[in-house]
Design a protein. Sequence first.
Lengths: 695, 233
Amino acid sequence: MKIEDQKLRNIGISAHIDSGKTTLTERILYYTKRIHAIHDVKGKDGVGATMDSMELEKERGITIASAATYCEWRGHEINIIDTPGHVDFTIEVERSLRVLDGAILVLCSVGGVQSQSITVDRQMKRYKVPCIAFINKCDRSGANPFRVISQLRTKLGHNAVAMQIPIGLENETEGVVDLVGMKALYFDGDNGEIVREAEIPQNLLEEAKVKREELIDAASLFSDELTDAILNEAEITSELMYAALRKGTLERKITPVYMGSAYKNKAIQPLLDGVNYLLPCPSEVENVAMDMDKNEEIVTLENDPEKPIVALVFKLEDGQYGQLTYIRVYQGTLAKGSTIVNIRNGKKVKVGRVVRMHAEQMEDVEYLRAGYIGALFGIECSSGDTFTSPGINLTMISMYVPKPVISLAIVPKDNKSQLAMAKALNRFSKEDPTFKTFVDAETNDTIIEGMGELHLDIYVERMRREYGADVTTGKPRVAYRETITQRAEFNYTHKKQTGGAGQFGRIAGYLEPISDAEFIFENKIFGGAIPTQYIPACEKGFKQSMAKGPKLEFPITGVKVVINDGASHAVDSSDMAFQAAARGAFKDAYLRAKPVVHEPIMKVVVETPVEFQGPVMGLLNQRRGMIIGSQDEDVMCVIEAQVPLAEMFGFSTILRSATQGKAQFTMEFAIYRQVPQSIAEKIALEAAENKKSAA
Amino acid sequence: MIKKEMIYRNPLVNLGYENEDILSNGGFGAVLAYAGVGKTALLVQVALNAMLREQPILHVSLNDAVSKVDVWYQELFHNIAANSGVAEVSEYWDKIQPYRFIMTFKVEGFSAPKLEERLTDLLQQNIFKPHMVIIDGFKFDEAGRGQLVQLKELARKYFMSVWFTVHTHRHEPPQDNGLPLSFLHVADLFDVIVQLAAKGDEVYIKSLKGKSTDSTQDSLILDPATMLIKNGK
């Protein structure tokens, strides 16, 4: 490949919804000559922005799936992943951050640091992604980039420093002053494609000097040479400044801030220079894998094209040419015709077409070298799979995948829709690890699970639009369980004589609660009261009874069954008779064993700005939540609670509105706990009604 | 249903303090020790005693994350339950856990007004009203007396007692009264002061202030394996 590693950048563009990142990406592609015309995000001209490849995205003006693309800027090759900004699609953002080496954090110069900026920033911190910031929409009324810089410091804790100051704001936006080169930059031509350098306007000179001093001060912390130059009053060159700023950025100790207006074609080119100067190349980022042969020992990967291949699938897309597998190569060279192994299932595959993507268009290449992002055709795999050269057994550390928090039943309207739905579900669950689907054995309903209402909503919409599946959705449901609380004896005889061979079996023993297993069966019969050949039938009968409680019909758990006596008949006893006897015995004893309903309790962790700590605790408390604790972390605070799942439906919406969208939460199953009496009564009533309506 | 009640006395009562609470509303108590000797473990036991008596505990940690503090409680509770022969440990834990609330702050971000702000959040919404507060990791050598006076006022205002861990340093020899120099400026604010000291394989708990005068018990021993009180001496 023609570009050397030092001149390669894998970057993400992360931001809050509507901060203009798709427009920014569009402009980047335009200035790097990957596209030759500019389109609007919302598709006013019927074409839509190039990165938003899905119809639904174009319509809603949001980016759902991250399309990977690449471009070249001043001798550097830049791979860009456009990432979604909505909280329900964070898996997409998280995946991007897993494979990227650096990011541009886009902020709105009017809205500043808000809602998802905080979420996205925390994700970047989690994956230690170095970033530079771009304050967009400087042409908007109320634009104030320095207020946003101050918010970056106070709300996100970034050591943010301005790389530029604006020449005019709002509708007077003309350009920017580059504080490193100390020159004014204007963007001429129909689409701002001609960058014109000029003297700094007199009215801005003083401000520029002050801001440059601030920038040099901040940068000097990362460079002794720069400090020496300051102390010796020597000339401070751009190279010296960029070297220092780059070091700070890579260590995530400084955030250089660019500004402009993507929509008005202002100051995108200097941002691209910033990507080249300040963000890391693949070899500057440490990537690790786990060695499956050595008890998951951590292995540091080498960004060396000569080493065995290690590559991670981070996205699948079902395009017009079949399944497209987006892949990042961490080590070795993934060439057309080479053989690679999917570590998850050990399957060997031969690499067919290798392409580099530009949204929906693609370009065939011969190989992808370590550090590169591209796509493969015709590879059967799932998102998150690791591919390696044969003979090594390394897997990339699995990505952080939040557990689904909501489930819905979906019902296709007709046969055609059912087929389309199955196809869609298969695709979605491969594409998105947070989207799960299964068939409820009891109701035969197809259940989908995901990260939030909007998440599922979008998939249902996609099912309808892309796959033509007409489906209706049910209400979200909770998986209750029943268990017993005390020992109860049974002595049950099953006897039936209805012509022909009769049925006879007597079983005696007891049920008792256990906490560390779902079901235990113990045979304490001595002397053959029940012949040995019927004991498995007894166990089977009891086990069958566990599937559905006699009263509320929830699955039963935590029961030990002990049989210690019984009787059989030489002619009328059979497996079937003892199974029936066991079922009868269970039913008989169960109600005397004081059954109770257990509900899933979720561990809920809410991350919220501290000013919303009180309201968030209130919300959790109202939901029968028990707050374990709260953790203050500078501007943010983390509240950990245990809340019944039944109370969590609709929580994301309520949380968003209570915190101006600035809080986010994760939820995972913690424990099953007994439902309070009042709630149990309500559940019993609902169960009875459901039973009635089903009948 | 829990068949056997768990009996667990406040481990410090044996040192000669008058009742299980030891501290009255607005009272301050301190556990002094070098790093790693068992200050947190001892105060978690004091907290567990209160939780078993259905008294709400607010545990403020300036060092550890919520999850780590929780592990302290779970570990010690399991040890205590094992000693008491209670079988339904998890049911018992479920029963007493609501009497505990953990708050963690970054040391530099902690202050009496901040704690009051958080407390008000809890009180106003009727989420949690602590009877006792444990503050683990407070920097006595850096904080001025003013901070503690403010905390004392807060404790009085909300009818709470407060226990602190006090990290002492080996390079700082104790004064005549056994207290480190860095603690002297605030010692008068404290009603009860106990000290943990490791000697050989054992950890001794000694009362430095506040025990009843007719008490004969001089010190207790903390078992380093379980971090529970072993016996008196």
